[in-house]
Write a new protein. Structure first.
Length: 391
């Protein structure tokens, strides 16, 4: 018998589409998948070597539940160096991936009677985590007209006397949207006026192309006090399988999460923490990240140009992350009525896997990850164009 919680949360559509694509590949089908939310690059050798050394040095036992002092200090130095943000040890926690960080934060800061505001399009797991906490999901709908960005007006319209938390994601999954400093300042006024706590998901911080990254916690001391910053090593350092995420912010919330984690996962993997500390500290890291970003930029430029050339497809150029989020609503007809049907038929007829937009709160769109090689991208675009020409 399933609990009420298990009945009300949904399976991740991104994991579902990836699993289906892998099944077809295993059956011998020539599937091209744009579903994966992970870099296709290998973890840099200097990071792997640090983890191997930790194993050889016997660092294979339990660590403190919320991470080693060495990794926490590396995180503190990272925030000071890159974001001009100062935190103490009791304001830092390390978790089993940034998804786990977000889950812990919502379990410990939201509950029945609270409302959590989530701008749409959103990462598929945000609403499900809020549901798990017992709080109410409130969607603040954005559009291509606002470049998929939350504005003070949209936020104000979503606020009620029960509003407690705003989840902000910049750069964004699935749109690649990146907030400017001025936009964050404007949002900050509404946030402070309504006494909202911000959970700022900055996991794609380093994967940006032309603009500069700003954390909302760095906009003002007042906003820093109201913000929990979430980050990790999965995306920038191609370490998705290492499962190391972290948060910085209010010591009381961090302490609450520490209690929860002590009764659930306990500590993140000991030697993975050693690798993460190296990733955050090494002088080699900026060069490794730049090499990856340069490749992502070339892929983004190609895929954006190709999608822009397709009649009835509308697309916004992403400023960060490694996703693009085109609209195909103008292609819908009696046979293809929504994003899910579009994605299902594309996979069935052309063996191209994309993630339908309804999972991100934006039916009419689909997400393509360009964290795959150019050969796959060019062939996938060829198949996509052929599929659309036959609609």
């Amino acid at each position: 018998m399933l609990s009420q919680l298990a009945q009300k949360i949904s399976l991740s559509p991104t994991l579902s589409i990836s699993a289906k694509a892998k099944e077809l590949k295993a059956a011998g089908k020539d599937v091209i998948s744009f579903g994966a939310g992970e870099p296709d690059f290998d973890t840099p050798d200097f990071i792997k070597e640090a983890a191997i050394k930790a194993i050889n040095d016997g660092l294979t036992k339990y660590t403190p539940a919320t991470g080693t002092k060495k990794l926490k200090n590396a995180i503190i130095k990272k925030f000071k160096r890159e974001n001009v943000l100062v935190y103490s040890l009791n304001q830092i926690m390390v978790n089993c991936g940034a998804k786990h960080t977000l889950f812990n934060l919502l379990m410990c800061s939201a509950g029945p009677g609270d409302e959590v505001i989530i701008p749409s399009p959103y990462w598929v797991s945000y609403p499900e985590m809020v549901k798990a906490s017992g709080a109410k999901v409130v969607i603040a709908k954005t559009s291509r007209d606002t470049s998929f960005k939350l504005t003070p007006e949209i936020l104000e319209n979503a606020v009620t006397d029960k509003s407690k938390i705003l989840i902000l994601n910049s750069p964004s999954n699935p749109t690649g949207t990146l907030y400017t400093k001025n936009e964050l300042q404007d949002l900050g006024e509404t946030i402070l006026k309504n006494n909202l706590t911000v959970i700022s998901d900055e996991i794609y911080e380093h994967l940006i192309y032309e603009e500069n990254f700003y954390s909302i916690a760095g906009i003002s001391p007042e906003l820093k006090e109201k913000t929990i910053v979430v980050n990790g090593v999965s995306k920038a350092y191609a370490m998705t399988g290492w499962r190391i995420g972290y948060a910085a912010g209010d010591s009381e919330i961090i302490a609450g999460c520490a209690k929860l984690q002590s009764h659930s996962t306990s500590n993140p993997t000991s030697f993975a923490q050693a690798g993460a500390a190296e990733a955050l500290s090494s002088a080699k890291s900026p060069g490794a990240i730049k090499s990856m970003v340069d490749d992502f930029r070339k892929r983004r430029d190609y895929i954006y140009a190709e999608l822009s050339s397709i009649e009835k497809v509308e697309v916004t150029k992403p400023a960060g992350a490694f996703y693009i989020f085109p609209s195909v609503a103008k292609l819908f007809n009696d046979e293809i009525k929504n994003s899910s049907e579009f994605a299902e038929k594309l996979l069935e007829e052309e063996l191209v896997a994309v993630v339908p937009g309804n999972g991100f709160g934006a039916d009419g769109y689909f997400r393509m990850s360009y964290a795959t090689g150019m050969d796959n991208i060019t062939e996938g675009i060829t198949r996509l164009k052929r599929f659309i020409s036959n609609i």
